[in-house]
Write a protein that binds this ligand. Sequence first.
Ligand SMILES: [Zn+2]
Length: 208
Amino acid sequence: MPGTLATHRTLVKQIDFLGEFLNHVPIRRFFEKKFPAPVMVVNLAGAKAIAERTLGAAAMADDMIYLEYGRTGIGAGIISGGKLMHGATHAAGELGHTHMIEEGPACKCGSFCCLQAIAGAAAIQTRIRKAIADGGGSELLALAGGDPPNVSGWMILSAAKVGDKACAAIVEQASKSFGVRPSQSGESLQSFGSRSGSAPFSLQGKVC
Ligand SMILES: [Zn+2]
């Protein structure tokens, strides 16, 4: 599920991507009634980490992190000692909602200055739309065939590589956000998990 899960991972606590209609729904019980098979409710990045470890590039590594950067947000699936880490509050890997700076944009989670609100796909799209409206992004528009709705994340990266200043500035700002220390000292990336190990590091299913 692309969201946070409540106690014992039996129901959805909050899903930003799909709206509120699934919040607090006992989703595990629902599927257990429908299918004669064990049901486990796992955050999207956690599920992908399991798949990557079992079938993909992680090749059954005992310690690995799968990093998810996509339409649903920024998150991580952390596997330590061969087991998926859930965290004391079932928020392990919720990297996208780590506070990065003291003052910044609002996040869909209700807080401010989350990594997702600064460097997530939606935040980048908003900045690109403004840059295009202000007359920038010429290389990007060329890649998109002159049609702004066709712009994709890969086009933004490609345009930045060939010198589109607006795209380069947006990519640089987003990239820096991943290296900024969280603003709240007590948070200390607690939600990110306990340790990463030396295992493969994947981005959208690609080892990097
Ligand atoms: Zn947030």
